[in-house]
Structures are given as structure tokens and as C-alpha cells.
Write a protein that binds this ligand. Structure first.
Ligand SMILES: Cc1cc2nc3c(=O)[nH]c(=O)nc-3n(C[C@H](O)[C@H](O)[C@H](O)COP(=O)(O)OP(=O)(O)OC[C@H]3O[C@@H](n4cnc5c(N)ncnc54)[C@H](O)[C@@H]3O)c2cc1C
Length: 376
């Protein structure tokens, strides 16, 4: 494993660094404010337009076919510039690349990759989260269309989405994992209602419930074959659990750097306990950076993606919550009256052990699929 840049990587890094120097939109760190969400689409399109998005994805869908180490360079330079992280769509891209037919990939991937179209993921339901396969949303054929009826919840970005990747039951008569299909559903129709959920950190957009009341979708928008939805879901969530796909490393780096800066500016204000919290967050964030580099290096060596995403997710959760704790400890003392930025960072960190599959579920997966322990 060699973390040094090759001459080509170095040239790319310098070009990117120069570009970031002039194009940092100065948004707040991801997921802490409505202002970030409002500016995220434009940031996505700016990165894409400059050739800095989808670096390791195929050229045919708007990517650059570069080795994934370039994604790591992108994240490192984003951290160094204090720029906002790159938007998280990698897990959807990977799902469509693996399971979508040529027509689906041609019609949907360019808009997703370029940031022209906004997407959300309609998997979870009020009674189907960890036990996702028990989902009850159903899709029934009607000519060349399917009619979808059901209730999704915790759907991130559903307020602004053009498309929703929906899991729905198409065959109630087979074992539950095998009766699910996946559809790319257009959100702009009267039969779909989005109800925003206000988050504890104050975010009023981003999150919602989505009600499908006989919504319609073209059968050609099915991803994979009928009954293949579970396989697609497993591809999507396993990539969702990888910090390297999502730019999380950049987000934690940006937050820790801001906290370090706060301490350097007013060193007398902070006691040993606060410094210890910050030091721990710094170590954790750097551990994740090294871990992601190792994962990327594995990929360069041809090791394929597998259940290890659960290990990544648990590590990432530890980092997010260490950074959140430091944000409360340092930032709480630093903030002037009425500024609750750091409190919001802490509050959002609590969600990491739930979103994308809870920590308990990750431990179950590690036990059964990596350690191959008996399942009682
Ligand atoms: C910020 C955020 C964003 C999200 N975005 C999306 C999104 O865009 N799209 C989407 O579809 N979903 C989304 N989710 C939903 C998320 O995937 C679910 O919340 C998660 O899978 C857990 O499901 P649940 O909330 O129904 O909890 P439950 O499954 O009801 O779990 C409740 C508790 O029981 C534990 N538990 C359940 N089963 C087991 C078991 N077998 N063994 C041990 N413990 C168990 C869980 O660990 C948890 O502690 C999001 C969630 C959050 C917090």
C-alpha cells in the first residue's frame, strides 16, 4: 500500500487544489442546516461541470473511469480547502450500474451523476426498517405500467426529489425476500404526497414520509427483473455503508479542522477535558481516513465489495459520534448566544447509528456473514 501520489495523481491534486481555491461555495458542513441542503444541488453540478464528480465511475454515464484513489484525493483536497463534501449518490449509482439494464442506465444515470436530477431512496416503511423484507408497499401491473400503493418513511431528500428508487412487493405468494421489485418512480405526480419530518437538529427539509396512493410508473422503469428488488437493495445498502463512497471522510475532516481552529484562536477558553475530546475526534477521523485509503487500495488490487461495508459503517458511526461529542464539548463553549451550529452537529451524529441500518444490525451481519457464527 503506497499512499504517495504518482506524477499523474500529483498533477490532478494540484489542479483540483487550485480550482477549489476559487470555487469553494462556503456552505455549512453537510446535514447541519437547511442552508446546506439548499445549496447542495448547485455544488454537485459545479463539481460535475468542472470534471470533479464521479471520478471512478464509467465515462458512459458521465464519470471519468479513473482509479478510486482519485476519489480519496478529491476528499483530501476538499478537507484541506474547507469546502463542503461531495454529495452522496454513489450507492444509487452502484445499484443502477449493477442491476439496471442498458436502457435504465442510459436514461437515468447521466442525470443522477451530473446532479441534474435529484433522487431519494424509498425503502423503509413504518413497520419495515431493520426487517426491510417485510415491507408492505405493493405494485400491481396495469398494462404497460405498475400501480404503486404504500407508505414510506424516513425518506431523505424526498422534498426535492425528481425520482424515488422504490422497493415494492410485486408477488405476495413467494417467500418475502423474493417477492420484491425495484422501480424508479417519478415524484411529480398527484398520487404521491410528501410530508416533511422536522429533525431534532432543526432541519425542516431533507426528510419526509412519502405516501403512494395508486401512483403510476412505467414497467420499463423497473430496475432488474421482477423479484430482484432485494438483491438491488442489498447492493445499495452495502455501498451506503461505505464511508469512501460518500465523502464522509471529508465531512469529518472539515468539522475537526474547524474545532481545532476554534481552540487555536482562544486557547485559554478550553480545559483538559475538552482538549481530550477534540484529540479523540481527531484520532478517530484520521483512523477513518486511513481505513478508507486501505479499502480503496484493496479495490485497486481487485478485491471485490462484500459484507465488510458493515465494519466500515460501525467504524464510521464511532467517528461521527466522537466528532459530534467534541463538537458539543468544544463548540458548545465557543458558540455565541443563539448560535447552535455545534449542537446541531452533535444531534445529527446520533442518527448515524440508525441510518443505513442500525449498529445492532451491522453487528448481526458481521457475526453471520464475516465471522460465520451460528445464528442461534
Ligand atoms: C437520518 C436518517 C436518514 C434515513 N434515510 C433513509 C432513506 O433515505 N431511505 C430509507 O428508506 N430509509 C432511511 N432511513 C431509515 C433507516 O434505514 C431505518 O431507520 C433503519 O433501517 C432502522 O429501521 P427502524 O427505524 O424501523 O428501526 P427498527 O428496525 O424498528 O429498530 C428498532 C431497534 O431495534 C433493533 N433491532 C431491530 N431488529 C433487530 C435484530 N434483528 N437484532 C438486534 N436488534 C434489532 C434496532 O437495532 C433498533 O435499535 C433513514 C434513517 C435516518 C435516521
Amino acid at each position: 500500500m503506497d499512499f504517495g501520489d504518482s506524477p499523474e495523481e500529483r498533477a490532478f491534486r494540484l489542479h483540483l487544489r487550485e480550482w477549489l481555491g476559487h470555487n469553494n461555495p462556503g456552505l455549512p458542513t453537510s446535514s447541519t442546516s437547511d442552508e446546506y441542503w439548499a445549496g447542495q444541488a448547485a455544488w454537485h453540478q459545479t463539481l460535475f461541470g468542472a470534471g470533479f464528480f464521479g471520478l471512478s465511475w464509467p465515462k458512459a454515464v458521465g464519470g471519468h473511469d479513473l482509479p478510486s484513489v482519485y476519489e480519496a484525493i478529491l476528499d483530501e483536497e476538499i478537507i484541506a480547502a474547507g469546502a463542503p463534501p461531495r454529495p452522496s449518490v454513489g450507492y444509487l449509482v452502484q445499484g443502477l450500474l449493477r442491476h439496471g439494464n442498458e436502457d435504465v442506465q442510459r436514461r437515468f444515470l447521466p442525470g443522477l451523476v451530473s446532479g441534474r436530477d435529484r433522487w431519494c431512496q424509498g425503502f423503509s416503511e413504518p413497520d419495515a426498517g431493520s426487517d426491510l423484507a417485510s415491507l408492505r408497499t405493493r405494485a400491481v401491473t396495469d398494462g404497460s405500467e405498475y400501480v404503486i400503493t404504500g407508505h414510506k418513511v424516513w425518506t431523505s431528500y424526498s422534498d426535492a426529489a425528481d425520482w424515488c428508487l422504490v422497493l415494492a412487493r410485486t408477488d405476495p405468494d413467494v417467500p418475502k425476500h423474493r417477492g420484491i421489485s425495484a422501480f424508479i418512480v417519478p415524484m411529480g405526480q398527484h398520487a404521491i404526497e410528501q410530508r416533511p419530518i422536522r429533525m431534532i437538529n432543526g432541519i425542516t427539509r431533507e426528510f419526509g414520509e412519502v405516501i403512494f396512493d395508486e401512483a403510476r410508473v412505467d414497467a420499463a422503469n423497473m430496475v432488474g427483473e421482477p423479484g430482484e428488488g432485494w438483491r438491488l437493495a442489498m447492493t445499495v445498502v452495502s455501498h451506503e455503508r461505505e464511508p469512501g463512497e460518500l465523502g464522509y471522510v471529508a465531512r469529518y475532516g472539515k468539522l475537526v479542522n474547524e474545532l481545532v481552529h476554534a481552540v487555536e484562536e482562544q486557547p485559554d477558553k478550553y480545559g483538559p477535558e475538552q482538549r481530550r475530546d477534540l484529540a479523540w475526534a481527531l484520532v478517530e477521523a484520521d483512523m477513518l481516513r486511513c481505513h478508507v485509503s486501505r479499502r480503496l487500495s484493496d479495490r485497486l488490487d481487485g478485491l471485490s465489495h462484500g459484507p465488510e461495508g458493515s465494519v466500515d459503517k460501525l467504524l464510521m458511526t464511532g467517528v461521527e459520534q466522537a466528532v459530534g461529542h467534541a463538537a458539543l464539548s468544544i463548540g458548545g463553549a465557543a458558540s455565541t448566544e443563539g448560535d447552535d451550529t455545534w449542537l446541531k452537529v452533535y444531534l445529527y451524529s446520533r442518527a448515524q447509528s440508525v441510518m443505513g441500518g442500525t449498529s445492532q444490525i451491522q453487528r448481526n451481519l458481521i457475526a453471520s456473514r464475516i465471522l460465520e457464527l451460528p445464528t442461534s
